[in-house]
Ligand binder design. Structure first.
Ligand SMILES: [Zn+2]
Length: 464
């Protein structure tokens, strides 16, 4: 892309600002929004690119708050380049990547190394979660200065044989969890938790295996709702007792959302994320597709899928991620093997926005609420507002430009993610609403479905 692309006018834009939609021409230079004028008021336009977006809708750049781009360590599954290309294809202008890579993001140095790696190849902007576990608390003072969006902790023991991979990643019992939250609170950093009680899961797995259960439903039967509800309750109690800032990743159970609603009402500093899959697919997809619908937490009952909307719409759940977790074909292919041998994770960053727009078309949430969930809220919660998360003079010129009326079905063979071959869950979905342009700090990184690979390395670390 040439330098003129740094001068850009979005002509005839229907754009979102402060809870409502307005009409105007948006002027961009050097990556920032310089002015927003009445349509045609600035003609003739200055030298540079003019994009007529009549008929489309201009949203502030949308975030994916939860991805696993696997670099370094597992780049055969994904990397910053392929993952961020997929993000751009899906209308995502910035993502927050999780620390379970190799080496894990569990020290200030490994965090710096990952930032440097992503800066070489990411197409869109990014930030990270650092790992915080009971066994890397000595790193906390240094890590707390790293500019990352937060910490991530899994409530489980490091799997046997994977102690290095999981160093700094886990709090395996209530004592460790209590201590970890207490230490993180001292540094005023928000710690996010994967809330599923691993003792309950281990017990259920043992029971199901003993009874010879090998059907696909093994996956969700072994991870009952209460495993999530109990973990969320414990995190809330510890956070409340210590005035800590906490976050719950991928809430999938309405009863857990209800606990979070009550905690917020009591003044606990807690934020909750869910993912499109928990609002869209129920566990019958696991019966049908086995490992290709396997993720953690598992897809839940129809009642939970329907019930979560109430908590989206009242603001209890304020963040949306894809939990993009790509795998190789052989990681997911089961043959005659039982489902527990397959890896857990979906690679849906490219369908996140279209699926959420489809929910808008079906009146599950308003478009305004979608913008709050995917742009305003993450920017505000992670301290990036108003640099990001709004269409306003002086803000970064990040836009997700969508056609709300376009109906389409994803062709998974044409997806950008390296995990595309496993995306059977999305095959043939009937969607309405499609990102047409992804613009990051004034640069068009995706136009009409095509990502500009020359934008490799354009993405920047956005310090929180
Ligand atoms: Zn995840």
């Amino acid at each position: 892309m040439n330098d003129q692309s740094m001068q850009l006018v979005l002509k005839n834009a229907r754009y979102y600002q402060n809870g409502t939609f307005l009409q105007g021409d948006i002027w961009v230079s050097e990556g920032k929004i310089r002015a927003i004028m009445a349509c045609g008021a600035g003609e003739p336009y200055p030298q540079g690119q003019v994009l007529d977006v009549e008929g489309l809708t201009v949203l502030p750049g949308l975030f994916d708050t939860h991805v696993h781009f696997r670099e370094p360590g597992y780049t055969q599954r994904e990397g910053f380049f392929s993952g961020s290309m997929a993000a751009a294809a899906g209308g995502i202008t910035a993502y927050f990547d999780m620390p379970n890579v190799m080496p894990p993001t569990n020290t200030a140095q490994t965090l710096q190394d990952r930032i440097a790696l992503a800066e070489q190849s990411s197409v869109v902007d990014f930030n990270f979660y650092a790992a915080l576990g009971y066994d890397n608390l000595d790193q906390l003072p240094e890590l707390a200065k790293g500019g990352q969006v937060g910490f991530k902790t899994f409530l489980q023991a490091p799997p046997v044989g994977k102690e290095v991979e999981f160093k700094g990643m886990t709090a395996q019992d209530d004592g460790q969890l209590y201590w970890l939250i207490k230490q993180a609170a001292k540094h005023k950093k928000r710690c996010f938790f994967h809330c599923e009680n691993h003792f309950v899961i281990a017990q259920m797995e043992e029971y199901l295996r003993k009874t010879g259960q090998t059907e696909n439903n093994f996956h969700y039967l072994s991870r009952p709702n209460v495993a999530e509800v109990q973990s969320v309750a414990t995190v809330i109690q510890f956070a409340k007792a210590q005035d800590a800032k906490v976050g719950i990743s991928h809430v999938s159970v309405t009863q857990a959302a209800q606990l979070i609603r009550e905690a917020k009402a009591q003044g606990v500093d807690i934020v909750a994320e869910t993912c499109y899959q928990y609002l869209t697919f129920d566990s019958s997809k696991i019966d049908l597709l086995g490992s290709y619908a396997k993720c953690n937490p598992p897809l839940r009952s129809k009642e939970d899928v329907e019930g979560l909307w109430e908590y989206i719409n009242d603001g209890t759940i304020s963040l949306m991620g894809s939990d993009h977790a790509p795998f190789l074909e052989e990681d997911k292919k089961m043959g005659d093997a039982p489902i527990w041998q397959a890896k857990s994770g979906l690679a849906g960053i490219e369908v996140l926005v279209p699926i959420m727009l489809t929910h808008v078309a079906e009146n599950k949430l308003s478009l305004e609420k979608l913008v709050q969930l995917m742009s305003e809220n993450p920017a505000k919660i992670f301290g990036l507002y108003p640099q990001k998360g709004t269409i306003a003079e002086g803000s970064d010129a990040d836009f997700t430009i969508v056609n709300l009326n376009e109906k389409f079905s994803p062709d998974i063979t044409k997806m950008v993610t390296k995990g595309r071959q496993n995306n059977l869950l999305f095959d043939g979905l009937k969607l309405q609403g499609r990102p047409r342009y992804t613009i990051v700090r004034g640069k068009i990184v995706m136009a009409e479905g095509l990502v500009d690979a020359t934008c490799k390395g354009y993405g920047k670390f956005v310090r929180a």
